[in-house]
Design a protein around this ligand. Structure first.
Ligand code: NAP
Length: 466
């Protein structure tokens, strides 16, 4: 399509535009639908991807264009997730106009129907049907404020995909004039968890403001159709409800993934223990940026409390473990634990240990370590009282499964593994260190951001640093 243009793609460099974009855009920027006016147009949400709307001409509505079947979608924030979405959008035949802080021209060139704009003014003058805000949570307000919305068509549909929802809803409502439509969404999967397709994965959305005209309603549906066609589980839910349910689950999932990643566990080639999903969780959460994790932390009002609860639950698991080990040892030394309520469980545990040690002499140390860490994590999570939710990500489902598996294993097995593995105390210490490291990093960034805001406002940040 681009080969029809005389020079290299003009959109990437504003001053050298060979044509005045606002008045005579090249053919690819104006789909043919603008040449025909219609009275009615029906696009069924279940229509096949290439079906065309049925058109009926009308003199009265001659200037109202039909709703689009393929959209011109501007993606603002063309990082990890923006590029991932663009691939699917372009495969469905939509045109992507991308803009980001970093120059991603070459990545855009490698995708079908995708054009990178260094200058957001040029992008807006190309009049996208949809502007998709896909920047980090922390930069969203600044980036939204930098979009020259006066160059867009007044009825443009704004969509966001931020992993928290009340915050973008509020900044979009504050920033955009009433003529603009607003759809807040959260595709609850990422480049890793959705790399084999989106079938069955949850997509949460709230139509915050969509004008009543047929064109606006159909445009919003055409955007949602992208996800319907990929088989997403579409969940119409308010931003408030999303944050109440999802914010905590997401933050917890990312925390567990990051803490476990610090342990540098090695997956077993034959994975006889079935912990492949645990390793997937580690991979999925760590392939997302720390900025995303930090956004989940900052925009979830319960996150500091949740971190404290994880710590407390972990301390409790360790206390139970050490109490039992001491009980068994005392029984062996003195024939009693010295604590009434411990007697029976210590005796049972000791018997289990003996049979376990006989049967498991050849236990693979690495596999046992993974099993021990998984059980420890399951016990911590069980103490937090995780609940199933209708909008669970794959990662959160892994956590729920871990809790279920842990509860079906006995505490005796946990003690046996602890005793059998040479470096189990070291593993527990490493968990301590990992938790502390993740927490220090989060609070460090929080401190940094607040400090910048405080000192920047007073114009003294340089003095403080110098
Ligand atoms: P991210 O680290 O949250 O965001 C990266 C994007 O933000 C890049 O486009 C980056 O631009 C831009 N950005 C960061 N700081 C900026 C600043 N100061 N000024 C301007 N732009 C800035 O990682 P992500 O995974 O790509 O996520 C993007 C959005 O999608 C986030 O809001 C996230 O919550 C949401 N989301 C992500 C996932 C996921 O699994 N990854 C799933 C659902 C929703 P440059 O690259 O140009 O620097």
């Amino acid at each position: 399509m681009l080969s029809t243009l005389a020079s290299p793609h003009p959109c990437t460099n504003r001053p050298s535009l060979p044509f005045p974009l606002r008045f005579a855009p090249p053919p690819f920027l104006y789909p043919s639908r603008h040449r025909l006016s219609v009275r009615s147009c029906h696009v069924s949400p279940t229509s096949p991807p290439n079906s065309r709307p049925s058109l009926s001409l009308s003199q009265s509505n001659f200037h109202s264009p039909p709703p689009p079947t393929t959209l011109k979608i501007a993606i603002i924030g063309f990082g990890n997730f923006g590029q991932f979405l663009a691939k699917y959008f372009s495969q469905q035949g939509h045109t992507i106009l991308a803009h980001s802080r970093t120059d991603y021209s070459s990545i855009a060139n490698s995708l079908d129907n995708t054009f990178f704009f260094k200058d957001p003014h040029d992008l807006c003058e190309s009049h996208p049907d949809v502007v998709l805000l896909c920047t980090s949570i922390l930069s969203a307000q600044k980036v939204l404020g930098s979009i020259p919305i006066q160059r867009l068509r007044r009825s443009t549909l704004f969509v966001d995909v931020l992993s928290v929802k009340e915050f973008p809803r509020s900044i979009l409502l504050n920033r955009l004039p009433p003529d603009f439509d607003i759809l807040c969404t959260h595709p609850m999967f990422g480049p890793e968890s959705g790399k084999y397709g989106w079938n069955g994965l949850p997509f949460v959305y709230e139509k915050v403001r969509v004008g009543g005209s047929h064109e606006r309603v159909s445009r919003c549906e055409a955007f949602l159709d992208i996800f319907r066609k990929e088989g997403c589980r579409m969940i119409n839910m308010s931003c408030k409800e999303h944050d109440e349910i999802a914010a905590e689950c997401q933050f917890l999932t990312h925390t567990v993934g990051r803490v476990l990643a610090e342990l540098k566990l090695k997956p077993n080639p034959d994975d006889s223990l079935g912990y492949d999903t645990l390793f997937q969780l580690i991979e999925n959460t760590c392939s997302d940026s720390f900025e995303l994790y930090n956004g989940l932390f900052m925009y979830n009002k319960n996150s500091t409390d949740l971190l404290d609860r994880i710590y407390a639950a972990y301390e409790e698991v360790k206390k139970e473990l050490r109490r039992m080990v001491q009980g068994i040892l005392r029984r062996r030394l003195f024939g009693t634990t010295g604590v009434g309520e411990l007697e029976d469980s210590a005796a049972r545990c000791e018997a289990f240990l003996e049979s376990f040690n006989k049967e498991m002499v050849d236990l693979d140390e690495n596999a046992a370590g993974v099993h021990f860490v998984a059980l420890t994590t399951g016990m911590i999570l069980a103490k937090l009282g995780l609940k199933p939710t209708s909008i669970a990500t794959k990662g959160y489902e892994t956590l729920l499964k871990l809790v279920e598996d842990t509860s079906s294993e006995s505490f005796d097995l946990y003690i046996a593994l602890f005793m059998h593995i040479r470096n189990s105390n070291e593993l527990l210490d490493q968990l301590d260190i990992s938790l502390a490291k993740v927490r220090t990093e989060l609070y460090g960034r929080l401190h940094d951001i607040l400090r910048r805001q405080l000192f920047d406002q007073q114009g003294i940040i340089n003095n403080v640093h110098n």
